[in-house]
Design a protein around this ligand. Structure first.
Ligand code: FES
Length: 82
């Protein structure tokens, strides 16, 4: 089980965290991994200037956007599922 939290603090919100949440939901649905992934929202993860910030298990990843989303999720989520 992977725990993914997407920051919806004000700074990340302005940088598009809701778009990232939508992308994450689509990604999970398209890969049919809904039973292996826990997707949630988090309040400020302390890296506001580098948003959008997400947390995958204990790893903080900054600067997530529409362009790098796919690569990050492929590398950090898909390959790590057991
Ligand atoms: S608002 Fe997202 S890290 Fe602070």
């Amino acid at each position: 089980m992977k725990n993914i939290s997407i920051c919806v603090g004000s700074s990340c919100h302005l940088k598009g965290s809701y778009k990232i949440i939508e992308l994450a939901k689509d990604y999970i649905a398209n890969h049919n991994i809904g039973d292996k992934v826990n997707l949630g929202a988090a309040f400020c993860l302390g890296r506001c200037t580098d948003g959008v910030t997400i947390k995958i298990d204990d790893e903080i990843i900054c600067g997530v956007n529409e362009n790098n989303f796919q690569q990050i999720f492929d590398e950090k989520v898909l390959v790590c599922l057991d």
